[in-house]
Write a protein that binds this ligand. Sequence first.
Ligand SMILES: [Zn+2]
Length: 200
Amino acid sequence: MPKTDQEKGYASIKNGAYKLKGIFHTIEKNQPIFNEDTKKLAGVTNPRDMTYVHSYGGEAIFFESLGKGKLMATRCDNSKCESKGSVYLPFRIYCPDCLRKNTPIDITKKAQQTARIYSYIITERSGAFNTLPKPIKFVNVEFDKEVVTILMSVLVVGEPEIGKRIIPIFRTKNPTYTIMDLMFVTEGTKESELPNGFSF
Ligand SMILES: [Zn+2]
């Protein structure tokens, strides 16, 4: 049964400290597990319900930007680093080579103009808590040469094919502030074909 607002946990930050309000973990009555053939006890279920507080830290700008229709990556701008100019997406707060802080950059246009399917996998069955439409078309996305990483995402309109041009879409209406606010569609997809709440 969905929880009421009073049964949920809420977090905010004030004066540099987390403020928690509400209920973050609920314990429910456990149940025995009996072997129907032998009538003997085999174990118990252990119902747990908890709200996890996930801090984004330096990645917050990436998730906040998705809801505004922007794809953010990072770039090493350290002139003493051999990897200077390398662009990272997934968003890396620090350069893996010189360990200096990277610069967040907007690569929305680059993604719209260069994103391609590097590889893909179609998943017919998913794990717990899946909310993606099945079969799930997971895609490994490559951009131009500046972007030295491959992004894992999901194709929600069109059929995947290696090398196919794809376009990012963003959940700009009621964003979840998670990676679920970013998906891809094949080039040529019309605005009217996008999932609810998404735009180019
Ligand atoms: Zn570097």
